[in-house]
Structure formats: structure tokens, C-alpha cells
Design a protein around this ligand. Structure first.
Ligand SMILES: Nc1ncnc2c1ncn2[C@@H]1O[C@H](COP(=O)(O)OP(=O)(O)OP(=O)(O)O)[C@@H](O)[C@H]1O
Ligand SMILES: [Mg+2]
Length: 481
């Protein structure tokens, strides 16, 4: 919960509007409700003796503010019914202590993204689909005030001089705000929620991948193969990285490097590092590259980079090639080849003159598996390909697909298709077996893979291993039949 910020900035300070409430059709009721709320909020702020606030415990403070808000709301001349008045009090509390009109969305665990395009347009994503909402802000200033409150948590102020900010909410949600003059539609706020943390079994049950694919990925993590998770925006890269990181043995020392901490590692021995943007004077920036280099002196067993975007790619590959196998990262790319060529570009950003074959050699020997993700029509996320990088032939990568998703069409607006094993038995199987992990050859036999149906008796608790999960799936389905 936010600390109370009783700021006068941006809030209108007019007497209460006394227009009758039955002109609801003229101006939308939602908008008038917002304006009324803004007026009461500003009255409230003016009535509170700020010097007293710091002495009060948060509970007392909320109680006092609520009492005052109720009194002000009861005095409103508008013909609001009791339910509307109660809602008004609740929303004023959200204005004072929280995210204003967004608070109701924040309390809905099924919402994964909240996208505010100026004060009048708020979209949400739910179960992979975008939908408009009827949430509105009173005006630009109201929305700006919420943005300032979020930014203040990371010690930033958003204004014309620094019109973009990345921040995080107390629940871990990732926030980006960009305001005029860079955005033309008024202040824009994008919130990626982490209300629901998807687990390995969620990804099986919702058809992101079949369990045979997950079984290979688990084995690859345990056997310390380096992997690159590639995909477009919102395709589920970070989610998969989180899921796979659960398979890392607990006796390893992990260092995570991110722009804004999203990874939630369950292991006991994790050092989390986060980049820092330059301050207002333009100094003090710490880039991912600095952190990767520093991390090498921290005796990590594995390095996990949330998303590789720039010259740190070179240091990361160097690390992978020199004893930090098992490192994991994600990259923004639309297919496997694209991922490799972007990685090449990033390596060249490090500023060394290197022939392209050398760079490719470097990449091919560092990375063993590339997992390509996509968000398909209608919202489903799929593991489109799991490919092994075998090396170079001449100047070209030798890449073999192990598993693939083939889209067959669209049903009710949602893409459908099937997963296939290509029949290729990966070379890394030898390394997996040397690590003492038993994967049968027939896991890779050419066929269509079956996808889990969600058994109704299944709880979404977390299993620690695929074996454990399999046995509970079997139990669940035998209990059903
Ligand atoms: N396999 C999945 N099935 C259903 N929903 C998913 C899946 N993976 C991710 N999501 C949802 O999609 C949203 C984006 O997920 P995530 O942050 O993992 O994507 P990303 O590819 O890392 O995005 P970005 O490009 O912004 O970094 C989240 O709300 C998440 O809950
Ligand atoms: Mg991500």
C-alpha cells in the first residue's frame, strides 16, 4: 500500500458541484463520478492537518481519513443512492492511499495487463485477450498525479525533462509511464501485473507446451545447458524463464541481472542485481554490461539475465563459453534465426572489430538450445520451437528443430494447432545423460505430441518435478474415470 501523499498538486480546488444527478446522459456518469470524487478528494486534502499525519499509525490514519471522507460524501447534494455513496468513499480511499481508479483493476487477479492511454481510455488484458474498460480518470492532471505517485517510489519525478519512467509496484508489477510531449494522447501508463504467477503445470494445462517438451527443458536446465528464450513482446519469455529457473538445483549460487526485477527465483542462494538509469544530471548510470562483468567476479554458478538487449551480449557469451554453462536469458525476436542475428548485432555493439564468423562461432558454442515463443491470434502463448544449435557449417549456423508447434487454423477467434516431435534426437542428450538424467530416446520419436487436458480435480499447486506432476496427473485422471 502506498504511503499517504496528500499532495495539492494537480487536484482541482473548486466548491462541490451541485448539479442534479439526473443529467447522467449529458456527461457520462463515470466521468461525472470521477469529477465529483476529485472535488471531494481535494476538499479532504484541504481539511486534513498535515502536521498530525506523521504521528499516526497507518491504520489510524486510514480510519480517520475514511470517517472524514464518509462525512463529506454524505453532505454531497447530488442524488446518489447509498451504494453509490459507499463506492465513492471507497474510491476516495483509493485516491488517497492507492492507484485511484486503477485500484479495482489491481485487485482483480485475473487481469494481467492494465493499459492506460490517456485519461479516457483504459484497456486490460485478461486470459490473453485485450478488452476495453469503462474506467476513466477525471483529467490529465489526475492521471499524472497517479503516475507521480508511482514514480516517487523509485525516487523519480516525471515531467517534460524526463518524460519516461520504469518503476515497480509493491506487488512486483512492472510499470512504464510516458507522458507528453513524447506521448501525443496524454499520459500513458502500462502495468504488467504479476498477480498470477504461472507455474510449469499452468503452462501444461493451458497448452503452452506439452509435457514432453517441458521434460526436455527441465533436463536441460538440470544438466546446465545454456539456453536462449526468444519471443515477441508479451509472448511469455519472462514467465518461461521464471518457470525454468525452478529446476535449477538449490545448491548453486545464482546471480540475476535485470533492468527491472521481475524474476522470482525460489533458490536459497540468489544475488539479485538491477541496472540503474542515469540521474537528472546524466550521471550514475549502471548498465547491464557493467553488472554482467561485475557478476563474473562474484563466483556465480549461473548467471541469469532477464533480457539481453545490448553489448552485454558479448560478456554473457564469454561467460557461457568459460565455465558458466547453464546460464539463461531471454531475447526479443520473432524466430530462432532472428534471435541469433540480433545476438550478433548486440555483440558488435560491444565495440570490438570481430569477423562475423568468429561472432557466430562464439554464439554457436555458447548456446545449446533456443526456445522460441509466440503469442498467437486470440491470445494463446505457444512454445513454437525448441531448437539445438550444433555449430557452424561454413558461415552458417547448423540449427535443428527438436519440437515444433504447427498452427492448423483459427477456431472461435483463437489459433489452434498441434505440437510435433520432429524425430531429431538432439546431440545434447549425451550431456544430459552424462549429468545422470535419464531421458528415453523415444521422447524424440517423430509424432504428434499429446497436450494435457485440464482435469477438473487438479489443483494448481506446484510440483517440484515432472515425475511428481505426472504421477498426480495420472492419479487425477484415474480418479475421474
Ligand atoms: N504461457 C502463458 N500462458 C498464458 N499467459 C501467459 C503465458 N506466459 C505469459 N503469459 C502472460 O502474458 C503476459 C506477458 O508475460 P511475460 O512478461 O512473461 O512476457 P514477455 O515475453 O517477457 O514480455 P516482454 O516482452 O514485455 O518482456 C503476462 O501477463 C503473463 O501472465
Ligand atoms: Mg519479459
Amino acid at each position: 500500500m502506498f504511503d499517504a501523499i496528500f499532495s495539492r498538486r494537480g487536484m482541482p480546488s473548486k466548491p462541490l458541484n451541485s448539479r442534479p444527478a439526473d443529467d447522467r446522459d449529458g456527461e457520462s456518469f463515470a466521468l461525472r463520478f470521477q469529477k465529483l470524487k476529485a472535488q471531494i478528494h481535494s476538499q479532504l486534502v484541504e481539511m486534513i492537518d498535515i502536521s498530525k499525519l506523521s504521528h499516526w499509525k497507518p491504520d489510524r490514519l486510514k480510519r480517520e481519513v475514511r470517517t472524514l471522507a464518509s462525512r463529506l460524501v454524505q453532505a454531497v447534494p447530488e442524488t446518489l443512492n447509498q451504494l453509490e455513496r459507499e463506492r465513492l468513499v471507497e474510491e476516495i480511499m483509493h485516491e488517497v492511499f492507492g492507484l485511484g481508479p486503477l485500484e479495482v483493476l489491481m485487485n482483480d487477479p485475473t487481469i494481467s495487463d492494465i493499459l492506460v492511454n490517456g485519461p479516457r481510455t483504459v484497456y486490460i488484458e485478461r486470459f490473453g485477450r485485450l478488452e476495453p474498460t469503462n474506467i476513466v480518470f477525471a483529467d490529465d492532471a489526475h492521471l499524472m498525479q497517479i503516475i507521480q505517485r508511482i514514480s516517487a517510489r523509485v525516487g523519480r519525478r516525471v515531467d517534460e525533462m524526463s518524460p519516461m519512467v520504469d518503476a515497480r509496484l509493491p506487488d512486483g508489477s512492472r510499470v512504464n509511464a510516458i507522458v507528453p510531449p513524447l506521448s501525443l494522447e496524454g499520459p500513458v501508463l502500462s502495468i504488467r501485473r504479476f498477480g498470477i504467477r504461472l507455474t510449469a503445470e499452468d503452462l501444461l494445462v493451458n497448452g503452452t507446451m506439452p509435457k514432453d517438451v517441458l521434460r526436455l527443458l527441465q533436463a536441460a536446465v538440470e544438466a546446465r545447458l545454456s539456453m536462449l528464450i526468444s519471443g515477441g513482446t508479451g509472448s511469455g519469455k519472462t514467465t518461461l524463464l521464471n518457470v525454468l529457473s525452478r529446476f535449477i538445483p538449490h545448491d548453486e549460487r545464482l546471480v540475476t541481472i535485470e533492468d527491472s526485477a521481475e524474476l522470482q527465483l525460489q533458490q536459497p542462494h540468489v544475488v539479485k542485481l538491477e541496472t540503474r538509469p542515469a540521474n537528472l544530471e546524466g550521471v550514475g548510470e549502471v548498465r547491464q554490461r557493467d553488472l554482467v562483468r561485475n557478476s563474473l567476479r562474484m563466483r556465480p554458478d549461473r548467471i541469469i539475465i532477464g533480457e539481453v538487449r545490448g553489448p552485454e551480449a558479448l560478456d554473457m557469451l564469454q561467460a557461457m563459453n568459460t565455465g558458466h554453462e547453464g546460464s539463461l536469458t531471454t531475447i526479443h525476436a520473432n524466430d530462432t534465426r532472428d534471435a541469433l542475428s540480433r545476438l550478433e548485432t548486440m555483440v558488435t555493439m560491444a565495440g570490438f572489430e570481430m569477423p562475423v564468423t568468429v561472432i557466430r562461432q562464439y554464439i554457436a558454442s555458447a548456446i545449446t538450445l533456443v526456445i522460441q515463443l509466440a503469442r498467437l491470434k486470440g491470445g494463446p502463448r505457444k512454445v513454437m520451437r525448441v531448437s539445438e544449435i550444433l555449430g557452424l557449417k561454413g558461415k552458417k549456423y547448423v540449427v535443428k528443430d527438436i519440437f515444433r508447434f504447427e498452427q492448423l487454423g483459427v477456431r472461435d477467434g483463437v489459433a489452434v494447432g498441434e505440437f510435433r516431435a520432429t524425430g531429431y534426437v538432439p546431440r545434447c542428450l549425451t550431456r544430459i545423460r552424462m549429468a545422470g538424467i535419464d531421458l528415453p530416446d523415444d521422447l524424440f520419436a517423430q509424432r504428434v505430441l499429446s497436450v494435457e487436458e485440464a482435469p477438473s480435480t487438479l489443483s494448481l499447486s506446484s510440483w517440484d518435478s515432472i515425475d511428481e506432476m505426472e504421477s498426480s496427473l495420472t492419479q487425477a485422471s484415474s480418479a475421474e474415470s
